[in-house]
Design a protein around this ligand. Structure first.
Ligand code: FMN
Length: 378
């Protein structure tokens, strides 16, 4: 049941080449019927929907994954992060199991103990609404000459199917270069997406599974500002929207970050995965890459919701014209509602897109059953 979208015993490249491993039925008309008058009116940069649920950067590796997620009923679908250079995913060096995801137990995670060592497993035997994983990919990518035509194809598909896309990008640090060269590379990738038809572009400033400085830029407001400024200024079309993907921060840190970056961005997506050490049953590091891998799914819900609240607080304090989007821990309708109640204007899922892809239908049923008719457009 859990390997229909992603085979966790296999490496990333196998899944990208061959997945998803099932025919994905189109559930959109069923979802519309279930929702009827119910639903949460949401506007995503002019795209209107009653189900503000999308897929975050990461789980959709190729055109079939993108089309499959649209068929599942996700309204906005984001590509896995693109680079300007080709890079393979983290892989086994002999010490590791040679794959990029393991399951963890949902109750293992304690956010106050980030130096805890968690146990990973290839077997999952909990409720799928509590699915908890750790992943370590290192943001693999093909070259722009490969991914640009894929964007062109999916832009056509989503336009015909009344869906919206996001293209996620990351810069690749040059050994001899500094932050300015890195900012240029972000801007270059974003421009390549734009040239392929992408209208909403997300810069990932927050991947815990990379060794280079591109993983924690959200902690450095000046560097983050240089990247978003240069990216925005390099857009050809002034209507192209720019989103910034960040990790967890306290209010004061977000305030500093948004003071510097808000003139250049249209929205913030929070949060990325939470880095922790995960070992296998022999006590060996469970995944390749750095010593830590990113925890995501059910256990990070509370942190993600807190991040949304913190961002909303800063947005209101500084009176910013900015969209705050929730991401993290959404594996059930109740978790989705926590993000909405915290002030998220749209909610994105990573883990659930692979391991509980019925989520849009479940949310539609939940909203209808509880007669939730709500508008979050202020
Ligand atoms: C399989 C997988 C791959 C991911 N790859 C990326 C990525 O390439 N870029 C990125 O910004 N975030 C990536 N993420 C992080 C997600 O976008 C999201 O921020 C995180 O998983 C928290 O959401 P979740 O709890 O719903 O999984 C990935 C997550 C998963 C599960």
């Amino acid at each position: 049941m859990f390997d229909k979208r992603y085979q966790i015993t296999k490496p990333f490249e196998f899944n990208k080449e061959n997945g998803p491993f099932e025919e994905i039925d189109n559930k959109n008309s069923q979802i519309k019927e279930i929702l009827g008058e119910n639903g949460i009116d949401a506007d995503f940069f002019g795209f209107k929907t009653k189900l503000p649920i999308g897929v975050a950067a990461g789980p959709l590796y190729n055109k079939n994954y993108m089309k499959g997620a649209a068929n599942d009923g996700f309204e906005v679908i984001c590509w896995k992060t693109f680079r300007s250079v080709a890079r393979l995913a983290h892989r086994s060096n002999g010490d590791f199991l040679g794959h990029n995801i393991v399951f963890i137990k949902s109750d293992m995670f304690d956010k106050s103990k980030t130096d805890n060592v968690l146990k990973g497993s290839l077997e999952f035997n909990e409720d799928k609404e509590k699915v908890s994983i750790t992943n370590s990919f290192g943001m693999p990518s093909t070259l722009p000459s490969v991914w640009m035509p894929e964007i062109v194809d999916i832009e056509k598909f989503t336009e015909e199917n009344n869906k919206q896309t996001i293209a996620s990008v990351v810069g690749t640090p040059d050994e001899n270069g500094g932050i300015s060269e890195l900012a240029d590379d972000y801007a270059f990738c974003a421009r390549m997406c734009e040239l392929s038809g992408a209208k909403i572009i997300e810069v990932n400033l927050s991947c815990p599974n990379v060794k280079g400085k591109e993983g924690s830029i959200f902690k450095n407001p000046k560097d983050a500002a240089l990247i978003v400024k240069r990216t925005k200024e390099f857009f050809i079309n002034k209507n192209t929207k720019l989103l910034m993907k960040v990790g967890y921060c306290e209010v004061e840190e977000y305030e500093e970050l948004l003071k510097e970056t808000s003139p250049y961005i249209d929205g913030v997506v929070a949060i990325n995965t939470i880095p922790m050490t995960v070992v296998d049953k022999e006590g060996m590091q469970a995944l390749p890459g750095g010593s830590k891998s990113g925890i995501c799914g059910y256990p990070i819900l509370d942190m993600a919701v807190q991040a949304v609240k913190n961002l909303v607080q800063v947005k209101e304090k500084l009176n910013l014209d900015l969209r705050i989007f929730g991401c993290g821990g959404v594996t059930s309708p109740e978790a989705f509602m926590k993000h909405i109640d915290a002030g998220a204007e749209f909610v994105f899922v990573g883990t659930a897109a692979l391991f509980n892809p019925e989520l849009p239908t479940q949310i539609a049923k939940y909203l209808a059953k509880n007669n939730i008719k709500r508008s979050i457009i202020k």
